[in-house]
Design a protein around this ligand. Structure first.
Ligand code: NDP
Length: 325
């Protein structure tokens, strides 16, 4: 039996976590032979609810779940962890400005970045789900100078999965027939779902759908899918977000077998995106490392959209710059 791996989840009593922690404990994150110790962080006010989640985890009698730590202390939550799924974030309240949201969350992610820096395993892989996810990941990365910046990522996998599902419905094919889907940029409505390089059962996706559908249907549907789910369900997406978080970490840890996935990662300057910005790229993963797919041709249509979402991320970064000292 392998040695247990410590996995932290923040916002452990929230609705995404209510799906996520059970998937992790059942072995879907790191495979059926990898025991796990879950370290769940919550705010003091939610500790009672978190206790309830831990009781339900106990009641599942998951063979791989070796221990559960529930805490409102970041040091306890992050000590020796190899994976951090940062889900907890402050939701936008009534009348709250976008900058207030950025700054309130900025404070949470400064604290968490510092705690990762001080207490986590030196190779900790960090996924930020809590919104504004890209900028929260940027803040955590900048607050953890002793860790490899490459280990800080944000989630655009749900957008990627939504794009796969929309294209598969349109073309009447299976999602597994679709390869080389890309989400560029911010996990927000400026994201750019791009099918320029996508194939469907070996054929170019662009030869199967018309430009009008791409511009007026596909792109806006993927960009606004979160809002559509809130309208239908009365609550934001949770199970699909949890599923995407598992996809993101599993592929990063265990490899994507040559398939392209989308992950928001610190830019290395690829495609002219400013270095350090946490921007979603086409990615392949192997041996616990990810690489940005190189050499794609970017036409004017794509470039315009990539710059728009880049501009938004740069504005977000400016709004929180002073928090980083
Ligand atoms: P959820 O579990 O529904 O969502 C958590 C975060 O994930 C939100 O920021 C949400 O953004 C974001 N998110 C990212 N992608 C998606 C997506 N595709 N669909 C839905 N959400 C997405 O929120 P809850 O309010 O139920 O739970 C949050 C928990 O976090 C609370 O229990 C709270 O106490 C806790 N918390 C813990 C902290 C900590 O551990 N230190 C700090 C702050 C909060 P959006 O708001 O835009 O939907």
């Amino acid at each position: 039996m392998k040695k247990p791996v410590r996995v932290a989840v923040t916002g452990g009593a929230g609705q995404i976590s209510y799906s996520l922690v059970f998937s992790i404990a059942s072995g879907q994150l790191l495979g059926p032979d990898q025991p796990i110790i879950l370290q769940l962080l919550e705010m003091p006010v939610a500790m009672e609810a978190l206790k309830g989640v831990a009781m339900e985890l106990d009641d599942c009698a998951f063979p791989l779940l070796h221990d559960i730590v529930t805490t409102d202390d970041v040091k306890t939550a992050f000590t020796d962890i190899e994976y951090a799924l940062l889900v907890g974030a402050k939701p936008r309240g009534p009348g709250m400005e976008r900058n207030d949201l950025l700054r309130d969350n900025g404070k949470i992610f400064t604290t968490q970045g510092k705690a990762l820096n001080d207490y986590a395993n030196r190779n900790v892989k960090v996924l930020v789900v809590g919104n504004p996810a890209n900028t929260n990941a940027y803040i955590a990365m900048r607050s953890a100078p002793d860790l490899n910046p490459k280990n800080f990522t944000a989630m655009t996998r749900l957008d990627h999965n939504r794009a796969l599902s929309q294209l598969s419905a349109k073309t009447g094919t299976k999602v597994t027939d679709i390869k080389k889907m890309v989400i560029w940029g911010n996990h927000s409505s400026t994201q750019y779902p791009d099918i320029t390089n996508t194939t469907v059962a070996g054929k170019a996706a662009k030869s199967l759908v018309d430009q009008n559908w791409i511009v007026n249907d596909f792109i806006p549907t993927v960009q606004q899918r979160g809002a559509a789910i809130i309208k239908a369900r009365g609550k934001s997406s949770a199970a699909s977000a949890a599923n995407a978080a598992v996809d993101h970490i599993r592929d990063w840890a265990l490899g994507s077998n040559g398939e392209w996935v989308s992950m928001a990662v610190p830019s290395d300057g690829s495609y002219g995106i400013p270095e350090g910005l946490i921007y979603s790229f086409p990615i392949t993963t192997a041996n616990g490392e990810y690489s940005i797919v190189q050499g794609l041709e970017i036409d004017e249509f794509s470039r315009d959209r990539m710059i728009k979402t880049q501009n938004e991320l740069e504005e977000e970064r400016s709004a929180i710059a002073d928090l980083l000292g």
